[in-house]
Design a protein around this ligand. Structure first.
Ligand code: FES
Length: 118
């Protein structure tokens, strides 16, 4: 379990980029839900934490793919592969991320960089 940030420091409608390998984006929706997904778009190297949050979807800031934060599924192209989701736990006002064991769907350049760092 990785501590991300205090819940009170992540207002509704905002995102937090957790500096993991690969990075993780944590979102606080307008409805008060917290979701965590891989930060890197599956299409190219763009940070989804810098994207636009609408409901339970985030829109990539680079080419406007949309991902469902609950499932990681692609709701709008050009991305084809889902983004990996992570479990979130909130304890003592702190948001924790439980990193998924599933393989990440990273774009080729980013995947090579992460393997080099491993
Ligand atoms: S980098 Fe996200 S849609 Fe292209």
């Amino acid at each position: 379990m990785i501590p991300a940030c205090p819940l009170r420091s992540l207002p509704r409608g905002e995102a937090f980029r957790l500096d993991a390998e690969p990075p993780i984006a944590v979102f606080h929706t307008e409805d008060g839900e917290i979701y965590a997904i891989d930060d890197t778009c599956t299409h190219q190297d763009a940070s989804l934490a810098d994207g636009w949050l609408e409901g339970c979807e985030v829109e990539c800031p680079l080419h406007a793919s949309k991902f469902d934060l609950r499932t990681g599924q692609v709701d709008a192209p050009p991305a084809k592969l889902p983004v990996r989701t992570h479990r979130v736990v909130i304890e003592d006002d702190t948001i924790f991320v439980v990193p998924s064991d599933a393989p990440a769907n990273l774009p080729p350049g980013v995947a090579a960089r992460c393997q080099g760092a491993a």
